[in-house]
Write a protein that binds this ligand. Structure first.
Ligand code: PXP
Length: 239
């Protein structure tokens, strides 16, 4: 199973001070050096974390695979075609949401999505659609020419009981099998973490996972001891 690391929250931290650090472009290089199979970033309409400069520099720096998460709008489509990521993952986007809240409604947006897929295919960009594990949505994704579906694992990740977790895992299994039968690549993402990722191995069709928040949160905690030690040494240097 390939691991793609979403670096949006490095940029979230930068934006908290509006400066230059931490730089998601530098973080992308570190992720690649340490085993990431790809780098994911979401260029949101409101630029709340990743910005245009990041995407352009990421294109220069990322050597594995760049996955641009995006809403299908004229502005972002233009940037995508300029930057040429290996993969574009279409997601729904609401300005007021904290994070992507659910999959695309491929059925009701099929015309718009199909046109966007065709446009990106003309530039040899693969397209993945972020969908809930729902049969009709997956069939619609295949029908309009998507290359890949990324199954939304949010409900699985948020399950509050063992029963619910296994129910959600079953939904993901059935959806992944259907995707593979329809010749779609199958990815998964949202809310995956150090405790629940192992369940994804039970679904052999899942080729790739996209993980952000858990990795960046962990990085803060495992990096904190070294960070404090380093600055404590400077603080106490002349005592
Ligand atoms: N996949 C998609 C389509 C997403 O929108 C996100 C969140 O940006 C992720 C994966 C990663 O989710 P998380 O940050 O919870 O790992």
């Amino acid at each position: 199973m390939r691991l793609c690391v979403n670096i949006d929250h490095i940029a979230t931290l930068r934006e908290a001070r509006g400066g230059l650090e931490p730089d998601p472009v530098v973080a992308a290089g570190i992720c690649e050096l340490h085993g990431a199979d790809g780098i994911v970033c979401h260029l949101r309409e409101d630029r709340r974390h990743i910005n245009d400069r990041d995407v352009r520099l990421l294109r220069e720096v990322v050597q594995s695979k760049l996955d641009l998460e995006m809403a299908v709008t004229d502005e972002i489509m233009e940037i995508c075609i300029e930057v040429l990521p290996e993969l574009a993952t279409f997601v729904p986007e609401k300005r007021e949401e904290l994070t992507t809240e659910g999959g695309l409604d491929v059925i009701s947006e099929s015309k718009k999505l199909e046109r966007a897929i065709d446009q990106l295919h003309a530039h040899e960009i693969e397209v993945s659609l972020f969908v809930d594990p729902i049969e009709e949505q997956i069939r619609a994704a295949a029908h309009i020419g998507a290359d890949i579906i990324e199954l939304h694992t949010g409900e699985f990740a948020n399950a509050v009981s063992q029963d619910e977790l296994f129910d959600q895992l079953d939904r993901l299994k059935i959806a992944a099998e259907l995707g593979a039968t329809l010749d779609l690549g199958v990815h998964a993402g949202h809310g995956l973490n150090y405790r629940n990722l192992h369940f994804m191995h039970e679904i052999e069709e899942i080729e790739e996972v996209s993980i952000g928040h858990a990795i960046i949160s962990r990085a803060v905690m495992v990096g904190l001891p070294k960070a404090v030690e380093e600055i404590a040494r400077i603080a106490k240097q002349f005592d």
